[in-house]
Design a protein around this ligand. Structure first.
Ligand code: BDP
Length: 685
């Protein structure tokens, strides 16, 4: 049961600096029960005690301050026994825990050892508060069983995309120089960070599967097994992105047709070998028929046929396939105004509802396009009641400032998760993803972590990773409260308990940072306007006459994409009521999505009384001012770490430069197109 707790030097400890365990260490701790992760819980408690005083008790006969017990062992000590009895002896369920404090004893009770570990991290979040007063029994369970991060990491450094596709935090923490990194302590430390947020699965390679990476499935499986060994003590399962063409590439077959018996056998045999090496392997992730990746269309088969073949291979071992719905034609004819990329996922997948196996999860990006700063919720989420759906978010800030800009994304995700596709009173996106009993496809996000000292390049981008894990555990949590949790865990130990003024500064910088970012970039939901390829910085027409299907259609009279049924692409018809009607009508379409759904004249008046053109000017000036104010505030802040202060300051300088560039380019573009001057006479280049 010996588990080594990583103690890294030369890497920022992120939200588990040694000091956060102080409250636990100063006490007598009792850990009861057996189970795969109980050793981890014991080792964590032991290390906290070694650092901060306190001791691990050996059996239930003493008088502990903190009891962490499996229900099966609750009988061994009165505090746990009474807590269980008080709950009618009922089970907490998979990964869940009970937390209570009575008569000076804090008790965490769980049915399985994963629950015990999550309970321990809950106590860590509470700090001293976990050991004061009385605490009536609280029951905690993850809303979704599946809480996964996808790493877009390549083993080899890709000539265009680099090592981590859309990575802004240095190289991969898993791979280096064409092989595993070797420093597995960092992988262990990463697993520990993730477990503290509630994440329980990672995919260790890019969804775009290149030649070297495809071999992780076969002759390089040992590398995956080594990662699995490191993350297993923190309750995390490893998944693999695989190429649909693997039977050809790796198996030497002439076809990858999912209905060909040889292909099905190849997947079955290969998968059996995967499980022989990694018994708790999570499953496969597949990007097929998308942006050049091979897929079932080549054989005239549907995506359900493709997904089911892999699902059948995984089923005997309890594995799942995450099949991505991000399928669209990236070689469109831009002159053809009848095609609309926003429609693609629904057009491909909605007709397949009910045809996927039980262990096939359809992984749907939260918006119909591609992780823009503002998009409506994807209509696919409401269209497939008989399919297990996972909702995919992008923690890596590809389109939201690339971890050079402060952009706290939890408020965006909160809006997405709380959105009711069938109206405000109906089920939400979170309800669809979590499923009625937590058994939905769950939540998935593209990771923002690399081998950078701060893990995420921008030190404040850590909060996005933290918030994703916590929202996947409980989508009802509030972004500002999650930010407080992250601030407390990350900065309080060095500040002697209370990060005080730093907390206010961070809230001022981060709470509204997504909306600030939106203000100085593409307006009113129209999206893109980024430099092609790397997607950093403004280029209003960068994608306008390209095959990618990402247009704003701005001309001298107006801007926006007509996606109505009446006169446009008909995309609004993919939504159920009320949204099909709300988005269809100019009178009811929310302003923040106006140019996503409608092409309007520059003089169109928004609900706040401003015209579209004046709104563009006003928001772009305001957005830059907000960044300038953040920079001023940060200059006076003290995070207790000069290097961290300097890194954030340097990045805020860059954010301000870039925001000014966005402001000037967007304002100048629309001024020249429309000829309408700024009503307030500000300088437009
Ligand atoms: C886009 C990225 C691209 C990814 C793709 C995906 O630009 O690098 O491969 O998404 O999700 O946002 O597959």
């Amino acid at each position: 049961e010996h588990v080594s707790i990583p103690d890294l030097t030369g890497v920022h400890p992120a939200w588990l600096p040694p000091g956060v365990f102080r409250a636990i260490g100063a006490r007598r701790v009792l850990v009861l029960g057996d189970g795969p992760l109980t050793g981890t819980v014991r080792a964590e408690a032991e290390q906290a005690c070694a650092r901060h005083g306190g001791a691990l008790e050996q059996d239930g006969t003493g008088s502990p301050d903190l009891v962490l017990a499996l229900s099966a062992a609750a009988g061994q000590t009165p505090a746990a026994r009474e807590l269980l009895a008080g709950q009618g002896g009922s089970a907490v369920g998979e990964e869940g825990y009970l937390l209570a404090r009575r008569d000076g004893v804090t008790v965490v009770l769980a049915d399985d050892s994963a629950g015990l570990l999550y309970g321990l991290f809950h106590v860590v979040r509470l700090g001293e508060e976990a050991f004061t007063g009385e605490r009536p029994a609280e029951r905690h369970r993850p809303a979704a069983r599946r809480r996964m991060l996808d790493h877009w990491d390549n083993i080899d450094v890709h000539p265009v995309m680099g090592q981590v596709e859309r990575g802004y935090s240095g190289g991969s923490i898993f791979w280096r120089d064409g092989g595993p990194r070797g420093d597995l302590a960092r992988v262990r430390a990463y697993a520990r960070l993730l477990a503290a947020t509630g994440v329980n699965a990672v995919t260790v390679n890019n969804v775009n599967v290149h030649a070297t990476e495809s071999r992780l499935l076969t002759d390089r499986l040992g590398d995956v097994a080594a990662i699995a060994d490191e993350v297993r003590p923190y309750g995390i399962r490893v998944h693999l992105s695989v190429s649909f063409a693997s039977p050809i590439r790796l198996g030497g077959l002439p076809t990858a047709d999912p209905l060909d018996e040889r292909v099905r056998e190849w997947w079955a045999r290969t998968t059996e070998q995967v499980y022989a090496a990694i018994p708790d392997f999570g499953g496969y992730v597949v990007k097929a028929d998308s942006e050049g990746q091979p897929g079932p269309f080549a054989y005239g088969r549907s995506h359900a046929d493709g997904a089911n073949t892999l699902a059948d291979a995984l089923a005997p071992f309890g594995g799942v396939v995450h099949w991505r719905a991000f399928v669209y034609n990236h070689r469109q004819d831009w002159r053809d105004r009848s095609t609309d990329r926003a429609r693609a996922a629904y057009d491909h997948f909605a007709p397949l509802d009910g045809r996927f196996r039980d262990n096939a999860i359809l992984q749907v990006k939260h918006g119909p396009m591609d992780f823009q700063t503002r998009e409506p919720v994807s209509p696919v989420i409401a269209a497939m009641p008989s399919t297990r759906l996972a909702v995919e978010l992008q923690v890596t800030q590809e389109y939201t400032g690339q971890q050079r800009h402060v952009c706290y994304l939890a408020p965006m995700w909160k809006e997405v998760l709380g959105f009711g596709p069938w109206g405000a009173d109906g089920r939400t996106v979170a309800d669809v993803a979590t499923g009625a009993s937590g058994d939905g496809g769950g939540l998935v996000a593209v990771s923002n972590v690399g081998d950078d000292f701060y893990w995420t390049g921008h030190p404040l981008a850590q909060a996005n990773l933290y918030a994703f894990g916590r929202l996947a555990w409980d989508p009802r949590l509030e972004p500002a409260a999650l930010l407080d949790e992250w601030i407390d865990l990350t900065f309080a130990p060095a500040a002697g308990g209370d990060p005080g003024p730093l907390r206010r500064t961070l809230h001022a910088l981060m709470d509204g940072s997504w909306r600030t970012y939106e203000r100085y970039t593409a307006p009113l939901g129209v999206g893109f306007m980024v430099r092609p390829g790397h997607h950093y910085g403004p280029d209003v027409d960068g994608y306008e006459y390209t095959p990618w299907g990402t247009y704003h259609f701005a001309d001298r009279d107006g801007a926006g994409v007509d996606r109505t049924r009446a006169s446009g692409t008909g995309f609004t018809g993919q939504y159920p009521r009320p949204w099909s009607e709300v988005y269809e009508s100019l009178g009811t379409c929310p302003d923040e999505l106006l140019l996503f759904f409608h092409h309007v004249p520059y003089g169109h008046v928004l609900r706040d009384g401003a015209t579209v053109i004046q709104h563009i000017y006003d928001t772009h000036f305001a957005g830059v001012e907000e960044v300038a104010e953040s920079r001023r505030l940060w200059e006076r802040a003290d995070p207790g770490d000069p290097a961290l202060h300097a890194r954030v300051k340097e990045l805020l300088d860059e954010q301000l430069r870039c925001a000014e560039e966005w402001r000037d380019q967007v304002n100048a573009y629309f001024f020249r197109r429309s000829g309408v001057p700024d009503a307030r006479g500000r300088r437009i280049p």
